[in-house]
Design a protein around this ligand. Sequence first.
Ligand SMILES: [Zn+2]
Length: 512
Amino acid sequence: MKSVILGLALLYSGTLAAQQKVFDYFIKNATVYDGTGAPGAKLNIGIQQDKIAYVGTDTLVKATHIIDGAGYVLSPGFIDPHTHADRWLKAKDTNYLYPWIAQGVTTVFVGSDGFGTYRIADEFATFEEKGMGANVAAFVGFGSVRTHVLGRDVVQPGKVDLVEMKLLVEQGMQEGALGLSTGLLYVPQIWSKTPEIVELSKVAAKYGGIYDTHMRSETGNIINSVNEVITIGKEAGLPVHISHIKVSGPSNWGRSTEVIALINKVRTEGLDITANQYPFVASLTGLKNGLMPKWALAGGNTKMVERLNDPEDLKKIKAFLKDRTDEQNKRVVVSSLDKSVQHLNGKSLYDLCQEWQMPIEDVAVKLLKEHPGVSGMSFTMDEQDIINFSKQPWVMTGSDGGGFHPRTYATFTQIVENFCMAKEVFPLEWAIHRATGMTAKKFKLPNRGEIKEGYYADVILFKPEEVKANSDFVNIDRLSEGMRYVFVNGKPVIEEKSFTKELPGKTIKKGQ
Ligand SMILES: [Zn+2]
Protein backbone atom coordinates (compact mmCIF):
# COMPACT_ATOMS: atom_id res chain seq x y z
CA MET A 1 0.00 0.00 0.00
CA LYS A 2 2.75 2.36 1.01
CA SER A 3 4.51 1.92 -2.31
CA VAL A 4 1.29 2.58 -4.21
CA ILE A 5 0.81 5.87 -2.36
CA LEU A 6 4.43 6.76 -2.93
CA GLY A 7 4.05 5.90 -6.61
CA LEU A 8 0.96 8.09 -6.91
CA ALA A 9 2.71 10.94 -5.14
CA LEU A 10 5.65 10.66 -7.54
CA LEU A 11 3.33 10.55 -10.52
CA TYR A 12 1.50 13.57 -9.19
CA SER A 13 4.65 15.56 -8.53
CA GLY A 14 5.96 14.53 -11.98
CA THR A 15 2.76 15.85 -13.50
CA LEU A 16 3.07 19.08 -11.57
CA ALA A 17 6.68 19.45 -12.61
CA ALA A 18 5.72 19.01 -16.26
CA GLN A 19 2.91 21.51 -15.96
CA GLN A 20 5.08 24.12 -14.28
CA LYS A 21 7.83 24.04 -16.87
CA VAL A 22 7.66 25.96 -20.09
CA PHE A 23 9.25 23.86 -22.77
CA ASP A 24 10.93 25.20 -25.85
CA TYR A 25 9.58 22.23 -27.77
CA PHE A 26 6.95 19.72 -26.82
CA ILE A 27 6.58 16.72 -29.13
CA LYS A 28 3.45 14.75 -28.45
CA ASN A 29 1.99 11.41 -29.53
CA ALA A 30 5.16 10.11 -31.19
CA THR A 31 6.23 6.48 -30.88
CA VAL A 32 9.35 6.83 -28.79
CA TYR A 33 12.24 4.42 -29.27
CA ASP A 34 14.48 5.32 -26.38
CA GLY A 35 17.76 3.97 -27.81
CA THR A 36 18.11 1.09 -25.33
CA GLY A 37 16.76 -1.45 -27.81
CA ALA A 38 13.32 -1.42 -26.18
CA PRO A 39 10.33 -1.36 -28.54
CA GLY A 40 8.54 1.91 -29.18
CA ALA A 41 6.03 3.44 -26.76
CA LYS A 42 3.59 6.35 -27.17
CA LEU A 43 5.08 9.18 -25.13
CA ASN A 44 5.45 12.94 -25.07
CA ILE A 45 8.79 14.68 -24.88
CA GLY A 46 9.59 18.15 -23.58
CA ILE A 47 12.78 19.93 -24.61
CA GLN A 48 14.11 22.84 -22.58
CA GLN A 49 17.29 24.56 -23.72
CA ASP A 50 19.76 21.82 -24.62
CA LYS A 51 18.19 19.01 -22.59
CA ILE A 52 15.31 16.58 -22.64
CA ALA A 53 13.36 17.98 -19.72
CA TYR A 54 10.36 15.67 -19.75
CA VAL A 55 9.42 12.19 -20.92
CA GLY A 56 5.93 11.04 -20.06
CA THR A 57 2.26 11.00 -20.89
CA ASP A 58 1.26 14.48 -19.80
CA THR A 59 -0.25 16.76 -22.40
CA LEU A 60 -1.29 19.76 -20.29
CA VAL A 61 1.92 21.70 -20.64
CA LYS A 62 3.15 25.09 -21.72
CA ALA A 63 5.52 25.12 -24.65
CA THR A 64 6.77 27.62 -27.18
CA HIS A 65 6.47 25.07 -29.99
CA ILE A 66 4.15 22.09 -29.92
CA ILE A 67 4.81 19.42 -32.53
CA ASP A 68 2.26 16.71 -33.24
CA GLY A 69 4.31 13.56 -33.64
CA ALA A 70 1.39 11.18 -34.25
CA GLY A 71 2.45 8.56 -36.79
CA TYR A 72 6.13 9.43 -36.33
CA VAL A 73 9.02 7.70 -34.65
CA LEU A 74 11.01 9.74 -32.14
CA SER A 75 14.46 8.48 -31.20
CA PRO A 76 17.85 9.71 -30.07
CA GLY A 77 19.88 11.25 -32.88
CA PHE A 78 22.27 8.79 -34.49
CA ILE A 79 25.88 8.64 -33.38
CA ASP A 80 28.45 7.98 -36.09
CA PRO A 81 31.55 6.44 -34.48
CA HIS A 82 33.81 6.43 -37.53
CA THR A 83 33.98 9.37 -39.91
CA HIS A 84 36.37 11.49 -41.88
CA ALA A 85 34.25 14.59 -41.28
CA ASP A 86 37.35 16.42 -39.98
CA ARG A 87 37.91 18.31 -43.22
CA TRP A 88 34.17 19.01 -43.60
CA LEU A 89 34.28 20.70 -40.22
CA LYS A 90 37.27 22.81 -41.15
CA ALA A 91 35.88 24.15 -44.43
CA LYS A 92 33.33 26.91 -44.84
CA ASP A 93 29.74 25.76 -45.39
CA THR A 94 30.55 22.06 -45.18
CA ASN A 95 30.65 22.42 -41.37
CA TYR A 96 26.85 22.11 -41.46
CA LEU A 97 27.51 18.42 -42.08
CA TYR A 98 24.43 18.13 -44.29
CA PRO A 99 25.17 14.59 -45.49
CA TRP A 100 25.10 13.44 -41.86
CA ILE A 101 22.23 15.48 -40.43
CA ALA A 102 20.03 14.53 -43.40
CA GLN A 103 20.44 10.94 -42.16
CA GLY A 104 19.53 11.91 -38.59
CA VAL A 105 23.13 11.85 -37.34
CA THR A 106 23.67 14.27 -34.43
CA THR A 107 27.17 13.24 -33.33
CA VAL A 108 30.23 12.34 -35.41
CA PHE A 109 33.59 10.99 -34.27
CA VAL A 110 36.67 12.31 -36.05
CA GLY A 111 40.36 11.48 -35.95
CA SER A 112 39.56 8.03 -37.30
CA ASP A 113 42.05 5.56 -38.83
CA GLY A 114 44.91 7.16 -36.92
CA PHE A 115 44.63 10.35 -38.96
CA GLY A 116 43.56 12.56 -36.05
CA THR A 117 45.82 14.99 -34.26
CA TYR A 118 46.99 14.58 -30.66
CA ARG A 119 46.36 18.31 -30.17
CA ILE A 120 42.70 17.76 -29.39
CA ALA A 121 42.16 21.11 -27.61
CA ASP A 122 43.44 23.07 -30.63
CA GLU A 123 41.39 20.91 -33.00
CA PHE A 124 38.23 21.45 -30.96
CA ALA A 125 38.89 25.20 -30.79
CA THR A 126 39.12 25.28 -34.62
CA PHE A 127 35.83 23.42 -34.94
CA GLU A 128 34.10 25.61 -32.35
CA GLU A 129 35.24 28.78 -34.04
CA LYS A 130 33.48 27.77 -37.28
CA GLY A 131 30.54 26.08 -35.59
CA MET A 132 29.31 22.54 -36.08
CA GLY A 133 26.08 21.14 -37.50
CA ALA A 134 26.43 18.12 -35.22
CA ASN A 135 28.36 17.23 -32.06
CA VAL A 136 31.94 16.12 -32.47
CA ALA A 137 34.11 13.74 -30.48
CA ALA A 138 37.65 12.76 -31.43
CA PHE A 139 40.33 10.12 -31.24
CA VAL A 140 44.07 10.70 -30.89
CA GLY A 141 45.50 9.48 -34.16
CA PHE A 142 48.39 7.04 -34.02
CA GLY A 143 49.52 8.35 -37.42
CA SER A 144 50.08 11.91 -36.21
CA VAL A 145 51.84 10.69 -33.07
CA ARG A 146 54.20 8.42 -35.03
CA THR A 147 54.82 11.03 -37.72
CA HIS A 148 55.71 13.67 -35.13
CA VAL A 149 58.30 11.48 -33.43
CA LEU A 150 59.58 9.19 -36.19
CA GLY A 151 58.60 10.76 -39.51
CA ARG A 152 56.98 8.77 -42.30
CA ASP A 153 59.80 6.39 -43.14
CA VAL A 154 60.29 2.71 -42.30
CA VAL A 155 61.63 2.95 -38.75
CA GLN A 156 61.05 1.38 -35.36
CA PRO A 157 60.94 3.48 -32.18
CA GLY A 158 63.73 3.37 -29.62
CA LYS A 159 63.02 3.66 -25.89
CA VAL A 160 63.14 7.45 -25.88
CA ASP A 161 60.95 7.68 -29.00
CA LEU A 162 58.37 5.52 -27.32
CA VAL A 163 58.33 7.73 -24.23
CA GLU A 164 57.85 10.75 -26.45
CA MET A 165 55.01 9.08 -28.34
CA LYS A 166 53.32 8.09 -25.10
CA LEU A 167 53.44 11.71 -23.94
CA LEU A 168 51.63 12.80 -27.10
CA VAL A 169 48.90 10.20 -26.60
CA GLU A 170 48.68 11.40 -23.00
CA GLN A 171 48.22 14.98 -24.20
CA GLY A 172 45.38 13.90 -26.49
CA MET A 173 43.68 11.91 -23.75
CA GLN A 174 43.99 14.75 -21.26
CA GLU A 175 42.48 17.12 -23.78
CA GLY A 176 39.40 14.93 -24.14
CA ALA A 177 40.02 12.23 -26.77
CA LEU A 178 37.86 9.12 -26.61
CA GLY A 179 40.85 6.89 -27.13
CA LEU A 180 43.57 5.96 -29.59
CA SER A 181 42.73 5.28 -33.22
CA THR A 182 44.93 3.45 -35.70
CA GLY A 183 44.86 2.80 -39.45
CA LEU A 184 47.42 0.06 -39.87
CA LEU A 185 47.08 0.03 -43.64
CA TYR A 186 48.43 3.57 -43.85
CA VAL A 187 51.89 5.14 -43.87
CA PRO A 188 53.56 5.47 -41.39
CA GLN A 189 51.34 3.35 -39.11
CA ILE A 190 51.88 0.42 -41.44
CA TRP A 191 55.48 0.08 -40.19
CA SER A 192 54.50 -0.30 -36.54
CA LYS A 193 54.65 -3.59 -34.67
CA THR A 194 52.11 -4.80 -32.11
CA PRO A 195 54.13 -4.05 -28.92
CA GLU A 196 54.45 -0.38 -29.92
CA ILE A 197 50.66 -0.12 -30.23
CA VAL A 198 50.20 -1.96 -26.92
CA GLU A 199 52.44 0.59 -25.17
CA LEU A 200 50.51 3.55 -26.58
CA SER A 201 47.16 1.90 -25.86
CA LYS A 202 48.16 1.55 -22.21
CA VAL A 203 48.14 5.35 -22.03
CA ALA A 204 44.61 5.45 -23.46
CA ALA A 205 43.66 2.74 -20.95
CA LYS A 206 44.94 4.85 -18.06
CA TYR A 207 42.38 7.52 -18.99
CA GLY A 208 39.53 5.04 -19.46
CA GLY A 209 39.85 5.31 -23.25
CA ILE A 210 39.30 2.86 -26.03
CA TYR A 211 41.39 1.36 -28.85
CA ASP A 212 39.72 1.92 -32.23
CA THR A 213 41.27 0.42 -35.34
CA HIS A 214 41.24 0.06 -39.07
CA MET A 215 42.95 -3.31 -39.00
CA ARG A 216 46.17 -4.23 -40.73
CA SER A 217 44.35 -6.53 -43.13
CA GLU A 218 40.72 -6.88 -44.14
CA THR A 219 41.62 -9.52 -46.75
CA GLY A 220 43.69 -12.72 -46.57
CA ASN A 221 45.27 -11.89 -43.21
CA ILE A 222 42.02 -10.97 -41.51
CA ILE A 223 42.26 -13.54 -38.72
CA ASN A 224 45.79 -12.47 -37.79
CA SER A 225 44.55 -8.88 -37.77
CA VAL A 226 41.63 -9.63 -35.46
CA ASN A 227 44.07 -11.51 -33.24
CA GLU A 228 46.27 -8.43 -33.12
CA VAL A 229 43.29 -6.36 -31.92
CA ILE A 230 42.59 -8.99 -29.27
CA THR A 231 46.23 -8.96 -28.11
CA ILE A 232 46.16 -5.18 -27.82
CA GLY A 233 42.91 -5.29 -25.83
CA LYS A 234 44.24 -7.92 -23.45
CA GLU A 235 47.77 -6.61 -22.98
CA ALA A 236 46.89 -2.91 -22.73
CA GLY A 237 43.74 -3.69 -20.74
CA LEU A 238 41.19 -1.57 -22.57
CA PRO A 239 38.02 -1.97 -24.63
CA VAL A 240 38.73 -2.44 -28.34
CA HIS A 241 36.69 -1.58 -31.41
CA ILE A 242 37.11 -2.67 -35.03
CA SER A 243 36.06 0.00 -37.49
CA HIS A 244 34.28 -0.83 -40.75
CA ILE A 245 34.46 -4.56 -40.16
CA LYS A 246 34.52 -6.53 -43.42
CA VAL A 247 36.09 -9.38 -45.34
CA SER A 248 37.38 -8.09 -48.61
CA GLY A 249 38.24 -9.84 -51.87
CA PRO A 250 36.30 -12.66 -53.58
CA SER A 251 38.69 -15.33 -52.25
CA ASN A 252 37.73 -14.30 -48.70
CA TRP A 253 33.98 -14.16 -49.18
CA GLY A 254 32.19 -16.21 -46.58
CA ARG A 255 34.92 -15.76 -43.98
CA SER A 256 32.69 -13.46 -41.91
CA THR A 257 31.67 -16.65 -40.06
CA GLU A 258 35.31 -17.28 -39.00
CA VAL A 259 35.75 -13.70 -37.85
CA ILE A 260 32.43 -13.73 -35.97
CA ALA A 261 33.30 -17.04 -34.25
CA LEU A 262 36.65 -15.66 -33.08
CA ILE A 263 35.14 -12.44 -31.75
CA ASN A 264 32.29 -14.27 -30.02
CA LYS A 265 34.81 -16.57 -28.36
CA VAL A 266 36.89 -13.77 -26.85
CA ARG A 267 33.76 -11.87 -25.88
CA THR A 268 32.61 -14.84 -23.79
CA GLU A 269 36.08 -14.85 -22.23
CA GLY A 270 35.44 -11.29 -21.10
CA LEU A 271 37.13 -9.04 -23.67
CA ASP A 272 35.13 -5.92 -24.51
CA ILE A 273 35.43 -6.09 -28.30
CA THR A 274 32.91 -4.53 -30.67
CA ALA A 275 32.82 -3.22 -34.24
CA ASN A 276 31.13 -0.77 -36.53
CA GLN A 277 30.05 -1.31 -40.11
CA TYR A 278 28.70 0.49 -43.16
CA PRO A 279 26.17 -1.34 -45.32
CA PHE A 280 27.81 -1.15 -48.76
CA VAL A 281 29.70 -3.67 -50.92
CA ALA A 282 32.44 -1.23 -51.92
CA SER A 283 35.14 0.33 -49.76
CA LEU A 284 36.93 3.62 -50.43
CA THR A 285 40.52 4.61 -49.85
CA GLY A 286 43.53 6.21 -51.51
CA LEU A 287 44.19 4.20 -54.67
CA LYS A 288 47.88 4.04 -53.80
CA ASN A 289 47.14 1.91 -50.75
CA GLY A 290 45.65 -0.89 -52.82
CA LEU A 291 47.91 -0.58 -55.84
CA MET A 292 51.45 0.11 -54.72
CA PRO A 293 53.95 -2.19 -53.05
CA LYS A 294 54.33 -1.17 -49.39
CA TRP A 295 57.97 -0.09 -49.71
CA ALA A 296 57.03 2.42 -52.42
CA LEU A 297 54.65 4.21 -50.01
CA ALA A 298 57.32 4.99 -47.40
CA GLY A 299 57.76 8.67 -46.61
CA GLY A 300 54.38 9.74 -48.02
CA ASN A 301 53.12 11.05 -51.36
CA THR A 302 56.11 13.20 -52.29
CA LYS A 303 58.50 10.30 -51.87
CA MET A 304 56.14 7.97 -53.73
CA VAL A 305 56.10 10.33 -56.70
CA GLU A 306 59.91 10.57 -56.55
CA ARG A 307 60.06 6.78 -56.83
CA LEU A 308 57.63 6.81 -59.75
CA ASN A 309 60.09 9.16 -61.48
CA ASP A 310 63.14 7.06 -60.64
CA PRO A 311 63.87 4.56 -63.47
CA GLU A 312 65.08 1.75 -61.16
CA ASP A 313 62.19 2.05 -58.71
CA LEU A 314 59.71 2.46 -61.52
CA LYS A 315 60.82 -0.81 -63.04
CA LYS A 316 60.16 -2.65 -59.76
CA ILE A 317 56.80 -0.91 -59.25
CA LYS A 318 55.65 -1.79 -62.77
CA ALA A 319 56.69 -5.40 -62.32
CA PHE A 320 54.59 -5.47 -59.14
CA LEU A 321 51.56 -3.92 -60.89
CA LYS A 322 51.45 -5.91 -64.08
CA ASP A 323 50.18 -9.10 -62.45
CA ARG A 324 46.85 -7.45 -61.65
CA THR A 325 44.02 -9.19 -63.50
CA ASP A 326 41.24 -7.58 -65.56
CA GLU A 327 38.84 -8.89 -62.94
CA GLN A 328 40.71 -6.99 -60.20
CA ASN A 329 40.93 -3.85 -62.31
CA LYS A 330 37.20 -3.88 -63.05
CA ARG A 331 36.48 -3.87 -59.31
CA VAL A 332 38.40 -0.63 -58.62
CA VAL A 333 36.62 2.58 -59.62
CA VAL A 334 38.00 6.12 -59.35
CA SER A 335 35.91 8.11 -56.84
CA SER A 336 37.48 11.31 -55.61
CA LEU A 337 36.44 14.61 -54.09
CA ASP A 338 39.66 16.08 -55.54
CA LYS A 339 38.47 18.45 -58.30
CA SER A 340 41.46 17.82 -60.58
CA VAL A 341 40.54 14.18 -60.99
CA GLN A 342 36.74 14.27 -60.77
CA HIS A 343 36.41 13.85 -64.53
CA LEU A 344 37.57 10.27 -64.02
CA ASN A 345 35.04 9.47 -61.29
CA GLY A 346 33.01 6.36 -62.06
CA LYS A 347 35.64 4.83 -64.33
CA SER A 348 37.27 1.57 -63.36
CA LEU A 349 40.98 0.92 -63.78
CA TYR A 350 39.95 -1.50 -66.53
CA ASP A 351 37.97 1.28 -68.27
CA LEU A 352 41.04 3.52 -68.13
CA CYS A 353 43.23 0.79 -69.66
CA GLN A 354 40.78 0.65 -72.60
CA GLU A 355 40.38 4.40 -72.88
CA TRP A 356 44.07 5.27 -72.64
CA GLN A 357 45.15 2.18 -74.55
CA MET A 358 47.68 1.36 -71.87
CA PRO A 359 48.48 -1.69 -69.76
CA ILE A 360 47.46 -1.50 -66.09
CA GLU A 361 50.97 -0.71 -64.84
CA ASP A 362 51.10 2.41 -67.01
CA VAL A 363 47.58 3.48 -66.08
CA ALA A 364 48.34 3.16 -62.36
CA VAL A 365 51.63 5.01 -62.67
CA LYS A 366 50.10 7.85 -64.70
CA LEU A 367 47.20 8.21 -62.26
CA LEU A 368 49.34 8.23 -59.12
CA LYS A 369 51.99 10.51 -60.59
CA GLU A 370 49.42 13.11 -61.61
CA HIS A 371 47.08 12.64 -58.62
CA PRO A 372 48.93 10.94 -55.76
CA GLY A 373 45.97 11.46 -53.43
CA VAL A 374 43.31 10.05 -55.79
CA SER A 375 40.82 7.76 -54.09
CA GLY A 376 38.86 4.85 -55.45
CA MET A 377 36.06 2.52 -54.53
CA SER A 378 36.79 -1.19 -54.45
CA PHE A 379 33.81 -3.43 -55.11
CA THR A 380 35.25 -6.30 -53.13
CA MET A 381 32.64 -7.25 -50.53
CA ASP A 382 29.87 -9.80 -50.52
CA GLU A 383 26.37 -8.84 -49.40
CA GLN A 384 25.99 -11.99 -47.29
CA ASP A 385 29.08 -11.18 -45.21
CA ILE A 386 27.72 -7.69 -44.64
CA ILE A 387 24.44 -9.13 -43.42
CA ASN A 388 26.21 -11.71 -41.22
CA PHE A 389 28.19 -8.99 -39.48
CA SER A 390 25.20 -6.68 -39.21
CA LYS A 391 23.24 -9.26 -37.19
CA GLN A 392 25.83 -9.48 -34.42
CA PRO A 393 24.80 -7.85 -31.15
CA TRP A 394 28.22 -6.17 -30.95
CA VAL A 395 28.09 -4.42 -34.32
CA MET A 396 27.10 -0.75 -34.52
CA THR A 397 26.40 1.48 -37.47
CA GLY A 398 29.37 3.63 -38.54
CA SER A 399 29.64 5.40 -41.86
CA ASP A 400 33.37 5.87 -42.47
CA GLY A 401 31.90 8.84 -44.32
CA GLY A 402 33.73 11.87 -45.64
CA GLY A 403 34.77 10.77 -49.11
CA PHE A 404 32.97 10.42 -52.43
CA HIS A 405 31.05 7.27 -51.59
CA PRO A 406 27.38 6.54 -50.73
CA ARG A 407 28.44 5.69 -47.19
CA THR A 408 28.95 9.43 -46.58
CA TYR A 409 25.38 10.22 -47.60
CA ALA A 410 23.33 7.18 -46.79
CA THR A 411 24.73 4.76 -44.20
CA PHE A 412 22.13 5.24 -41.47
CA THR A 413 19.24 5.68 -43.89
CA GLN A 414 20.29 2.58 -45.82
CA ILE A 415 20.09 0.63 -42.56
CA VAL A 416 16.56 1.90 -41.90
CA GLU A 417 15.29 1.74 -45.48
CA ASN A 418 16.83 -1.55 -46.56
CA PHE A 419 18.12 -3.60 -43.65
CA CYS A 420 15.21 -2.78 -41.42
CA MET A 421 12.14 -2.02 -43.56
CA ALA A 422 12.79 -3.88 -46.85
CA LYS A 423 14.90 -6.91 -45.88
CA GLU A 424 13.82 -7.13 -42.23
CA VAL A 425 17.31 -8.15 -41.12
CA PHE A 426 16.50 -6.66 -37.72
CA PRO A 427 13.65 -4.65 -36.18
CA LEU A 428 13.58 -0.86 -35.94
CA GLU A 429 14.36 -0.80 -32.21
CA TRP A 430 17.60 -2.63 -32.97
CA ALA A 431 18.47 -0.40 -35.94
CA ILE A 432 18.08 2.56 -33.57
CA HIS A 433 19.91 0.96 -30.63
CA ARG A 434 22.99 0.06 -32.71
CA ALA A 435 23.20 3.71 -33.81
CA THR A 436 22.47 5.38 -30.46
CA GLY A 437 22.47 3.76 -27.00
CA MET A 438 24.94 1.00 -27.86
CA THR A 439 27.43 3.48 -29.31
CA ALA A 440 27.10 6.04 -26.50
CA LYS A 441 27.70 3.32 -23.93
CA LYS A 442 30.71 1.77 -25.65
CA PHE A 443 32.42 5.13 -26.15
CA LYS A 444 31.25 6.51 -22.79
CA LEU A 445 29.43 9.58 -24.07
CA PRO A 446 27.69 10.90 -20.99
CA ASN A 447 24.00 11.78 -21.24
CA ARG A 448 23.64 11.02 -24.92
CA GLY A 449 22.24 8.17 -26.99
CA GLU A 450 19.00 7.71 -25.06
CA ILE A 451 15.67 9.47 -24.66
CA LYS A 452 15.78 10.20 -20.96
CA GLU A 453 15.11 13.21 -18.77
CA GLY A 454 18.31 15.16 -18.20
CA TYR A 455 19.94 13.83 -21.36
CA TYR A 456 20.99 16.16 -24.16
CA ALA A 457 18.18 16.83 -26.60
CA ASP A 458 19.74 15.11 -29.62
CA VAL A 459 16.41 13.96 -30.97
CA ILE A 460 15.07 12.93 -34.37
CA LEU A 461 11.52 12.58 -35.66
CA PHE A 462 10.78 10.55 -38.79
CA LYS A 463 8.50 8.03 -40.46
CA PRO A 464 10.54 4.89 -41.21
CA GLU A 465 8.56 4.33 -44.42
CA GLU A 466 9.56 7.80 -45.64
CA VAL A 467 13.28 7.29 -45.09
CA LYS A 468 15.14 7.17 -48.39
CA ALA A 469 18.88 6.57 -48.73
CA ASN A 470 18.90 8.19 -52.23
CA SER A 471 22.68 7.99 -52.72
CA ASP A 472 23.95 5.00 -54.66
CA PHE A 473 27.08 4.06 -56.61
CA VAL A 474 25.90 6.01 -59.67
CA ASN A 475 24.45 9.10 -58.00
CA ILE A 476 26.74 9.39 -55.05
CA ASP A 477 26.29 12.84 -53.54
CA ARG A 478 22.53 12.80 -53.08
CA LEU A 479 21.36 13.63 -49.58
CA SER A 480 19.15 11.22 -47.71
CA GLU A 481 15.57 12.19 -46.98
CA GLY A 482 12.87 11.40 -44.47
CA MET A 483 13.90 13.33 -41.35
CA ARG A 484 11.11 15.70 -40.30
CA TYR A 485 13.01 17.07 -37.31
CA VAL A 486 16.61 16.74 -36.24
CA PHE A 487 17.48 18.41 -32.95
CA VAL A 488 21.07 18.88 -31.86
CA ASN A 489 21.36 20.01 -28.24
CA GLY A 490 17.74 21.15 -28.32
CA LYS A 491 18.04 23.24 -31.51
CA PRO A 492 16.57 22.02 -34.79
CA VAL A 493 19.05 21.63 -37.63
CA ILE A 494 16.20 20.17 -39.66
CA GLU A 495 12.75 21.62 -39.13
CA GLU A 496 9.76 20.31 -41.09
CA LYS A 497 12.21 18.64 -43.50
CA SER A 498 14.24 21.79 -44.21
CA PHE A 499 17.74 22.68 -43.05
CA THR A 500 17.72 25.56 -40.58
CA LYS A 501 21.38 26.54 -41.10
CA GLU A 502 21.94 26.41 -37.35
CA LEU A 503 25.24 25.22 -35.91
CA PRO A 504 24.34 23.97 -32.42
CA GLY A 505 26.90 21.14 -32.29
CA LYS A 506 29.26 20.88 -29.32
CA THR A 507 32.61 19.22 -28.94
CA ILE A 508 32.36 16.25 -26.63
CA LYS A 509 35.34 15.62 -24.41
CA LYS A 510 35.62 12.16 -22.95
CA GLY A 511 33.61 11.86 -19.79
CA GLN A 512 32.07 15.33 -20.07
ZN1 LIG B 1 39.43 3.10 -42.32
